[in-house]
Write a protein that binds this ligand. Structure first.
Ligand SMILES: NC(=O)c1ccc[n+]([C@@H]2O[C@H](COP(=O)([O-])OP(=O)(O)OC[C@H]3O[C@@H](n4cnc5c(N)ncnc54)[C@H](O)[C@@H]3O)[C@@H](O)[C@H]2O)c1
Length: 296
């Protein structure tokens, strides 16, 4: 069996995988691979799947599988797995980092000092304590974010597709109801036909004008033109994101020019601790599929 590691995983993983067969990171050998490990960089689309003649299993180290054409893979008898639980803590910590950085004008203060400026007056702050956080999507990552927000003394409300009970947030019946009184809105949605640009001009207009949006879900859940316009017109407090329409975003992506933004280059899942957890889930998935006879 040949296992191709196509994207960045824990450096110790290749050695651990050797018990299953040969392991390579040479993408030229993709057509020979039985198992391919990807994160978000490799796009497992139709052309890719057509070339991967021996492929039986694709494992996405992470949560979202929007870089994999799962339907087409299934039609070719190829199994697709992700590692759904591993990344929750890592991404929740990034959501909190963005929330705290925006609330304390961290980048302005830092850059000011590097430029010889003492921006004590300009660096306005506000506390998270007592503020309302709306979590949009209330899955694994949002739950970890809610736990941390509660430790900061925040009130948490949420909106999600199904289910209205949560011990971590007051789940509202509609997205409008969830965002209307929120000081912070943290997006934790997968990208689907339903969630694409769910954060649109109309919804932004219903938010508090000083609300801060944090996006660690997917870039295209936000209408970038509408968000950019709201930021320029002062109708929303700020937008901080780890996620983009593509990695990296196109140079004309509207939010790159907008004020009161804070950007990270899609690092939510990239802690070494998380890569270790992802690696363990990968080992478990291959082992289970081997037991079920997928490779024999
Ligand atoms: N920044 C990063 O590096 C990074 C890392 C991992 C995951 N992610 C993103 O975070 C997302 C959430 O991850 P998770 O582990 O919490 O996933 P999850 O599957 O546990 O939770 C997803 C939540 O979204 C809700 N949802 C789905 N469609 C909806 C809709 N149309 N309207 C309202 N709610 C809807 C679901 O009900 C669920 O509560 C992933 O899909 C992925 O896109 C980003």
């Amino acid at each position: 069996m040949l296992i191709l590691i196509s994207d960045a995983f824990d450096p110790g993983l290749p050695q651990l995988l050797e018990k299953f067969g040969e392991v390579t990171d040479d993408n030229n050998r993709m057509p020979e691979a039985d198992v391919i490990l990807v994160r978000s960089k490799t796009k497992v689309n139709r052309e890719y799947i057509d070339e991967a003649k021996k492929l039986k299993l694709v494992i996405r180290g992470g949560v979202g599988i929007d870089n994999i054409d799962s339907e087409y893979a299934a039609s070719k008898g190829i199994k697709v797995h992700n590692t759904p639980k591993a990344s929750s803590i890592a991404v929740a910590e990034v959501a909190m980092t963005l929330m705290l950085s925006m609330s304390n004008n961290l980048v302005m203060g830092h850059n000011g000092l590097l430029e010889g400026k003492w921006l004590k007056k300009e660096c306005t702050r506000r506390e998270l304590y007592g503020k309302t956080l709306a979590l949009i999507g209330m899955g694994n990552i949002a739950v970890e974010t809610a736990k941390r927000a509660k430790a900061f003394g925040m009130n948490t409300v949420a909106y999600r597709k199904s289910g209205n009970m949560s011990e971590y947030a007051d789940v509202k019946q509609s997205i409008e109801e969830a965002v209307q009184d929120a000081d912070y809105i943290s997006l934790h949605l997968p990208l689907t036909d339903e969630t694409r640009e769910i954060i649109n001009a109309e919804l932004i207009a219903s938010m508090k004008s000083d609300a801060i949006i944090i996006n660690t879900g997917r870039g295209n859940t936000v209408d970038a033109e509408a968000m950019s316009k709201a930021l320029v017109e002062g109708k929303i407090g700020g937008y901080a994101t780890d996620v983009w329409p593509s990695d990296p975003p196109p140079s004309d992506y509207p939010l790159l020019e907008a004020p009161n933004c804070l950007f990270l280059p899609h690092i939510g899942a990239n802690s070494p601790e998380n890569l270790l957890r992802i690696g363990q889930e990968v080992l478990d998935i291959i082992s289970e599929n081997q037991k079920e006879g997928l490779f024999s």
